[in-house]
Design a protein around this ligand. Structure first.
Ligand code: ATP
Length: 980
């Protein structure tokens, strides 16, 4: 991670000069995710290992009645209970296979025998309880099918304890319950069939345990009803379960194929992947013995049946025929075949492994005559595996059901190969249309909502702001957070939980958009080799690889035509996508996904970030959480027409920083000419706000005060540079590290310096009323302040050149634009078009130098900000806001800057002020103001004069100045000696 170090050309830190720095060469904002286009390569994607995410447990609330369910300790207790239950059942069941017969009489005679004696008699490895449970669940219950309860208990326990599971609980439950009943019924029927009326009842009885009483009775009943038709019913039940469970919709019969066509087309043999229900990229990557070919290259199909399977998102009817629009000739639409990439998902479902596995299961069940417990378990597991294998081919991982892992957030590479008529030979992709591939990017891993995990106190990064390197500080180090040792970081509970986002883009929509793009470009003679769609929260990116020889500028010029034919506002064409030979067309989704701030904060990327000033803006088009470090940006310019999400964006920025930093590490200077936007943050004044001395409100709404504040910040900047120079440090983190290591003497004015973030909500207003007066200090701060930890965030709804002047723009390399009204505005803010084509409501473009990243800004509602501010504000804070240096009027020289001070030109109140100060032993301007009823400017001048007379020490930031005269006697002596 490149550190943001400010290094003047001469190697030393000079006092602030107006010399413009080559801002463009500054280290770029470190942007956590790769830009969209970087992450999508045409190179064959490496098989992704399925990443088991930590899944938050979804528990009902019941109006708080069962709030203990959310207690992690209770969850762990329950989780381990289930895990141990699964172990208990395993031992008890296996033991039953050997001792069950003998234990039967013990258990049945329980009512008559004392428990202790019965326990001693029982042969089960887990005593009487084991014998009783096994008897109940196996003999009186479901026979060997009861073994299926073991994985249920295990999965439940595992999920609760570790919060990671490749399998969804509901899937495990459905599979195991079905397996239990089905196996029990099957075995019941088999037991019934092998028994003959002449059988020794003891032998017959000894087989009953295989099916249990439930299976046996049910089989008996069915046998009387259907006879051997019971077998057909069992087969039908199995098939129905597979079809329903795996959503099988089509079946391929084996075809005679040849490989000849393949060589001609140079198309590689592709593996039929399967739709990954996990949503986590857990597609099969193993070699599939029934590798199929795409396009019309037919495959050598071994014997067997192939089902075609559509996953949840793919589970749509073939696309509605696209009606030609007025601008399109009514010529037949080219049928578009889709090739499958290795990471795309073939929806064919090959049942051969399933069939063999099922028969293995059957065989295993049959082999149970020998009472082999292992075989029994194998039977139920084999059945589970069989069904899984049916869906996944050789390596299928089942995961959260669709309801739990919504498609829009789920990284499901999804092929549309099955849109074509199954029986019709698949057309050649290159000859008749481009390949189309849909990708749903990986969601971020979400951490649990435990507050500890988001709380920097809990991690090693307590003083990440200070350290930046990993060296642990010895405990004797100064720890600024000890100013407020009991300060609690905000918790995720303060934020609204909107749950999981829902799938927003239907397959029809994707397909129709793709077809229209192909058609529109086709009208202009542009042929496309392939298209890939990446679904994001707001827009879907269609990445087009044009045929060789097509000029990119030609596609760019068709932007409006494509937008028209797609009948969608907000189409953005990126031609070419930087670093790639492809063209991107971003098409807004019909239904947008709202990105809640909680879902973003809950991700590991944000919670565990090491950035100094992390801001979680939202999600990119690839659904990655977009976190950027303000410290590296180092300033941010924001624009957007009214109502497009600017204020929400500012709140997201402020909330991100409040969640990650301690009050001792960060201070905000909030400028809000609109007076209402930031007023909500007043509550955190004593924790996080900085203000000018002797001002009432920390949030600045008055233009005059803004000028003073900016000048004060410039003074603070100069002071900080002086201190840095004195300490021989090049930037704030070096300085603060030295300070915390106690290598700098506070008596010499050294102090721990928090980051200062200046937020200006409406620059246009300031520029109109104060013009140059604000432009100059803003530009100066922007040029120089990054090394000393002062960062600017400037927002405006009018990104015109009068507001964002050349000098301001040149110093803000990082810019954000929400939707603006014109292309010109977009150019003013981003130096390129595109922001005018955004869709609003937090849709934004982030520019850090040359790259533009489209991000859906997270949404934080006012009540959430309110709760956050209440949470912070109600805690113990400092006695006042952080004090910025005093600025003494326009003609004044400022504190300590009185080189032109005339010792004989003293204020008439000088002596009185000196007495007040010495009497109270507190060198503060406000004290003079209060006691002598003076205005702010005069009191400021007085304190300057007192400093020059040696009565008070130099300015010390937020602290009062040191009083150098111990008592009134000494003061009188000094006053007498002063030149008159
Ligand atoms: N990230 C977002 N996700 C969803 N909706 C949003 C988002 N941001 C803003 N909106 C919607 O847009 C509305 C206006 O947003 P906001 O108040 O931030 O606009 P604005 O640009 O600050 O407007 P103004 O300049 O007039 O204050 C919000 O009330 C909200 O409904």
């Amino acid at each position: 991670m490149a550190k943001n170090t400010f290094k003047p050309a001469n190697g030393s830190v000079s006092r602030a000069t107006n010399e413009a720095r080559p801002v463009r060469n500054q280290p770029k904002a470190e942007v956590a995710p790769e830009p969209v286009r970087e992450s999508r390569r045409n190179a064959p994607p490496a098989p992704k290992a399925p990443k088991p995410p930590r899944q938050p447990l979804k528990l009902p609330n019941f109006g708080g009645m069962f709030s203990f369910l959310h207690d992690r300790r209770f969850q762990l207790f329950a989780g381990f209970f289930f895990l141990l239950t699964s172990l208990f059942l395993t031992i008890a069941f296996f033991s039953f296979l050997f001792t069950g017969h003998a234990d039967q009489s013990v258990v049945e005679g329980l009512g008559n025998t004392p428990v202790k004696e019965a326990g001693q008699e029982s042969g089960n490895w887990l005593g009487l309880t084991g014998a009783w449970m096994a008897q109940l669940l196996i003999y009186e219950g479901f026979g060997l099918g009861a073994f299926a309860l073991i994985p249920v208990a295990f999965a439940l326990g595992y999920k609760i304890v570790f919060r990671r599971l490749d399998l969804s609980l509901s899937y495990v439950l459905a599979l195991c319950l079905f397996a239990m009943l089905w196996v029990s019924l099957l075995l019941g029927y088999l037991v019934l069939s092998v028994q003959t009326p002449t059988d020794d009842p003891r032998t017959a009885h000894s087989l009953d345990f295989l099916s249990g009483q439930v299976g046996y009775e049910a089989a008996l009943w069915l046998d009387s009803l259907l006879g051997w038709g019971t077998v057909l019913l069992l087969a039908f039940l199995l098939i129905s379960f597979v079809v329903a469970f795996f959503n099988v919709t089509t079946i391929n019969l084996p075809r005679r194929t040849s490989l000849a066509g393949l060589g001609e087309d140079d198309e590689p043999i592709r593996q039929p992947d399967t739709y990954d229900r996990t949503g986590l990229g857990g597609v099969n990557h193993g070699a599939n013995p029934t590798a199929s070919l795409d396009g019309d290259a037919e495959e050598d199909e071994p014997m067997g049946m192939q089902l075609r399977y559509t996953g949840p998102v793919a589970e749509v009817a073939p696309p509605a025929p696209v009606k030609p629009t007025a601008t399109e000739p009514a010529k037949p639409r080219p049928s578009v075949p889709f090739t499958l990439d290795d990471d795309s998902t073939e929806t064919d479902l090959d049942l051969r492994p399933a069939a063999s596995a099922v028969s293995a299961a059957g065989a295993a069940s049959l082999a149970l005559g020998g009472a082999s417990g292992a075989a029994t378990t194998a039977a139920s597991t084999a059945l589970t595996g069989a069904v899984a294998a049916a869906a996944a081919g050789p390596s299928f991982s089942i995961e959260a059901p669709v309801a739990e892992a919504p498609a829009a957030r789920v990284p499901t590479p999804l092929s549309m190969a099955d849109l074509a008529d199954d029986d019709a030979p698949l057309p050649k992709p290159v000859a008749k249309g481009p390949a189309f591939e849909v990708e749903m990017p990986e969601p971020e891993l979400e951490i649990e909502t435990d507050t500890d995990e988001l709380d920097p106190n809990a991690g090693a990064d307590v003083a990440a702001v200070v350290e930046e390197d990993e060296d642990a500080m010895p405990s004797v180090n100064y720890d600024p957070t000890l100013d407020l040792p009991r300060y609690q970081y905000p918790t995720l509970e303060l934020l609204n939980d909107y749950g999981q986002a829902k799938a927003q883009v239907s397959k029809e929509e994707l397909e129709a958009n793709k077809d229209r793009i192909v058609e529109t470009l086709g009208h202009y003679g542009i042929n496309i080799a392939s298209i890939k769609a990446t679904i994001g929260p707001t827009v879907t990116l269609y990445e087009i690889v044009p045929d060789a020889g097509v000029r990119i500028s030609k596609i760019k010029s068709l932007e409006d035509d494509i937008a028209l034919s797609l009948a969608a506002l907000g189409i953005r064409i990126i031609a070419p996508i930087p670093g790639k030979g492809t063209i991107g067309i971003e098409v807004p989704n019909t239904k947008k996904e709202m990105v809640s701030i909680r879902s973003v904060f809950a991700t590991e990327k944000f919670a565990k970030t090491e950035m100094s000033l992390p801001i979680a803006f939202g999600r990119t088009i690839t659904n990655e959480v977009f976190v950027a470090d303000l410290a590296k940006m180092p300033h941010l310019l924001m624009a957007g027409a009214t109502g497009q999400g600017k204020s929400v964006g500012l709140n997201v920025i402020l909330a991100s920083l409040l969640y990650k930093r301690h009050p001792s590490q960060l201070k905000f200077v909030l400028v809000d000419p609109k007076k209402v936007e930031l007023s909500i943050f007043n509550k955190i004044e004593r924790h996080f706000l900085a203000k000018l001395p002797d001002t009432e409100e920390a949030i600045i709404t008055d233009t005059k005060k803004v000028v003073n504040t900016l000048n004060s910040l410039c003074m603070e900047m100069d002071r900080r540079y002086d201190l840095l120079k004195d300490a021989g440090c090049r930037n704030l983190s070096e300085y603060n590290r030295k300070f915390t290591e106690r290598r700098l003497n506070p008596k010499k004015g050294h102090r721990y310096m928090p980051f200062i973030v200046l937020v200006i909500d409406e620059l246009a207003d300031l520029m109109m009323t104060a013009g140059k007066e604000v432009e100059t200090p803003i530009a100066r701060l922007a040029q120089l302040a990054r090394a000393i930890g002062i960062h600017l965030i400037v927002a405006t709804q009018r990104p015109s050149v009068n507001v964002i002047t050349g000098i301001i723009k040149a110093n803000f390399p990082c810019r954000i634009s929400f939707k603006v009204t014109s292309k010109i505005d977009s150019r003013t803010i981003l130096d390129t078009g595109g922001a005018d084509q955004l869709v609003g409501q937090g849709d934004m473009l982030f520019s850090a130098g040359s790259d533009l990243i489209r991000v859906q800004c997270a949404f934080i509602d006012t009540p959430e900000v309110d709760r956050l501010c209440d949470f912070v504000g109600e805690q113990q804070g400092y006695s006042d806001a952080y004090m910025l240096p005093e600025v003494v009027g326009e003609s004044g020289s400022g504190n300590g800057g009185g080189d032109d001070f005339d010792p004989t030109d003293r204020d008439s109140m000088f002596e009185e002020a000196a007495r007040v100060i010495v009497l109270h032993q507190q060198g503060s301007t406000s004290l003079i103001q209060r006691k002598l009823k003076l205005g702010y400017n005069r009191a400021g001048r007085l304190i300057d004069q007192l400093e020059h007379a040696g009565i008070v020490g130099p300015f010390e930031g937020s602290k009062a100045r040191e009083v150098l005269i111990p008592d009134e006697y000494a003061l009188e002596q000094l006053l007498n000696n002063l030149p008159k």
